[in-house]
Design a binder for this molecule. Structure first.
Ligand code: C2E
Ligand code: MG
Ligand code: MG
Length: 581
């Protein structure tokens, strides 16, 4: 049996006797003898099977020597070898952490002691490894290697104790990745897993030393930023985290833009309890989800109430379709050059039995999160196409019906097939249908969305990008997608009031230019004033929509609007303007 022995012994002769005895007993010993603190420290850089230590070495304290061994070598067995020693001295040595002892004049016990100590050390080591493994499994997330909920709570509790004694502040950021389920379902777990690992890595890269990040089930992460009082502005850290997501992820050769939501809770101002801090930040994150992509929400006592309202809405939304509580309004669109009404946009309305009219922005995000957007979206498509066909059958001038489609509808099933079925069922020609999509559709998963969009374009359905300018699609990105129109977001139009040199004015001009150069129709939404209209017309915007032309109208009013021809006063206002300029 090979044995690597470290002797802490000042008598070379004693060492030789022990080695001879070991050889007799069948060991093949390899050894080093040290007798100074310095050589002992150097020897500990190597690994040893066992340490044999003499009682008295001038210049080395047994107590300190043992402590060093325990610190640097863990469970290695240490056997005291002594010339003469009293019972008390031996007992004291055992107390200090020696595993066993041996008297130099009775070496018959040498081999049995060593064999037993080696076996016990092996068991101790295995036990420790098993325990470490168990601790790892129960405290870390297997996929990302990040701490899990259990470990985070442990660490957070002790962090909060430290912070409390130093009057420090701790910020907890709860981050949820949007649309992850969709990616996981449509691309498979292997892509989802790699994406999650990449996300975890990017998030970790945004943090400072001493910050903690943990993975919560699914695609959620909790980030603890201690030392907030002394450190940089939390806003900056949060901005940095959001900006980490501005370039695409590329798991297994797929490309995704990922957006997130985050909730923030602060110790001690929101709560001094670790568990509450986590659940407050999580509630704030759920609230942020309702506000849209990349939104961050700071916890407040009202957050929980808002989250409760979300659940109430979610529950009653499930039955809204079956109970005929949904209906559509229609908002006209005009062509500025031809002075014609060219289309209507279907806008969803929900008449809730007790809440009254719920605005779409309060329930569409919930429908998207819960998957209810799929049946609801199909319902909207069917009813909008049916209405448009009905207008044509009444003999009204044909117009294009625009239907808003959520990103979630692209990831689920076959949108192009659904559209084809609806067109067949209602008898509407495809050129009278337009889908309004958001930039997130283009950004979230370029491969399937391009395929679906191409199929829809081939069928003859128009596609326009709604709320253009609010997402991240670089202006020069657009030619890659088979889209027919761009709808400038109303936030830019709203700011077109008088100061025509504003940043918004130059963005609007740039978008109109871009549309022209790519041969895409440009429509401005949210046009409310003559001033805005003037600006848009002067810069060559082809189409407009907004309260200046008409509010969204009920089905009956929309019919009257179409039957009445073009709104005389609208054109009067335009003529008036034309006469002035
Ligand atoms: P959107 O598609 O960008 O629709 C324009 C929103 O601006 C509508 O709000 C409309 O009523 C409002 N609006 C129109 N003209 C003006 C104006 O001149 N000034 C102002 N301040 N607002 C104007 P609405 O109906 O509340 O819809 C909000 C959003 O909900 C829509 O934004 C769309 O993203 C979503 N949405 C509505 N219906 C559907 C639907 O059937 N499916 C999906 N997926 N989303 C829908
Ligand atoms: Mg729209
Ligand atoms: Mg819009």
């Amino acid at each position: 049996m090979y044995l690597k022995i470290l002797f802490i012994e000042d008598d070379a002769e004693d060492v030789e006797i022990l080695i001879e005895k070991l050889k007799e007993d069948g060991f093949v010993p390899q050894y080093l003898q040290v007798d100074t603190a310095a050589s002992f420290m150097t020897a500990l850089n190597e690994s040893w099977d066992i340490v044999l230590v003499d009682f008295h070495i001038p210049g080395m304290e047994l107590d300190a020597t043992l402590k060093t061994i325990r610190k640097k070598c863990g469970d290695i067995p240490v056997v005291l070898v002594s010339g003469r020693a009293s019972e008390e001295a031996l007992a004291a040595a055992m107390q200090l952490g020696v595993n066993d002892y041996l008297l130099k004049d009775n070496l018959t016990r040498l081999a049995p002691i060593l064999r037993r100590e080696l076996t016990e050390a092996k068991l101790r080591r295995e036990g420790r490894l098993a325990q470490e493994k168990l601790r790892y499994v129960t405290h870390y997330d297997a996929l990302t290697g990040l701490p899990n909920d259990t470990l985070l709570r442990e660490q957070l509790r002790s962090m909060l104790e430290d912070a409390a004694s130093e009057h420090g502040k701790v910020l907890l950021l709860y981050v949820g990745i949007r649309g992850f389920k969709l990616i996981n379902n449509s691309y498979g777990r292997s892509v989802g897993d790699v994406l999650l690992k990449d996300i975890a890595e990017r998030l970790t890269g945004c943090l400072r030393e001493g910050d903690i990040i943990a993975r919560y089930g699914g695609a959620e992460f909790a980030i603890v930023l201690p030392d907030m009082s002394r450190a940089e502005d939390p806003e900056l850290i949060i901005k940095r985290i959001v900006s980490c997501f501005s370039s695409p992820f590329k798991p297994l050769h797929q490309e995704f833009f990922v957006t997130l939501n985050a909730g923030v809770a602060l110790f001690p101002s929101d709560t001094s309890d670790a568990d509450k801090l986590i659940s407050y930040a999580e509630a704030a994150m759920n609230h942020a989800k309702l506000l849209g992509e990349n939104q961050i929400y700071r916890y407040s006592a009202e957050t929980s109430a808002a989250t409760r309202q979300q659940f109430a809405i979610e529950n009653s939304l499930r039955s809204a379709l079956a109970n005929n509580q949904l209906f559509l309004h229609y908002q006209p669109k005009a062509d500025l050059a031809n002075r014609t009404i060219i289309g209507m946009e279907a806008l969803l309305r929900w008449h809730h039995p007790s809440l009254g009219l719920v605005p779409p922005l309060n329930f569409i995000p919930i429908a998207e999160q819960t998957g209810l957007i799929i049946p609801i979206g199909e319902w909207v498509l069917l009813h909008a196409c049916r209405q448009n066909k009905a207008w044509q059958e009444m003999g009204l001038p044909p117009i294009v019906m625009a239907v808003n489609v959520s990103a979630a509808q692209f990831g689920h099933g076959d949108l192009a097939l659904t559209v084809a079925q609806v067109l067949r069922e209602t008898g509407l020609e495809s050129k009278y249908l337009e889908l309004e999509i958001t930039e997130s559709v283009l950004m979230s998963n370029t491969h399937t969305s391009v395929k679906t969009l191409s199929e829809l374009r081939l069928m003859g359905v128009a596609i326009s990008i709604d709320d253009f300018g609010t997402g991240y699609s670089g202006l020069n990105y657009l030619h890659r997608f088979p889209i027919s129109g761009i709808k400038i977001d109303q936030s830019f139009i709203r700011e077109l009031n008088g100061s025509l040199n504003s940043e918004e004015a130059s963005i609007v001009k740039a978008i109109i230019e871009l549309g022209k150069s790519l041969d895409r129709t440009v429509i401005a939404e949210g046009v409310e004033t003559q001033e805005q209209l003037e600006f848009l017309r002067a810069h060559g915007c082809q189409e407009i929509q907004g309260y200046y032309l008409s509010h969204p109208l009920s089905s009956d009013h929309a019919t009257q609007f179409l039957a009445g021809g073009f709104p005389a006063d609208f054109f009067q206002r335009m003529n008036h303007h034309a006469g002035q300029s």
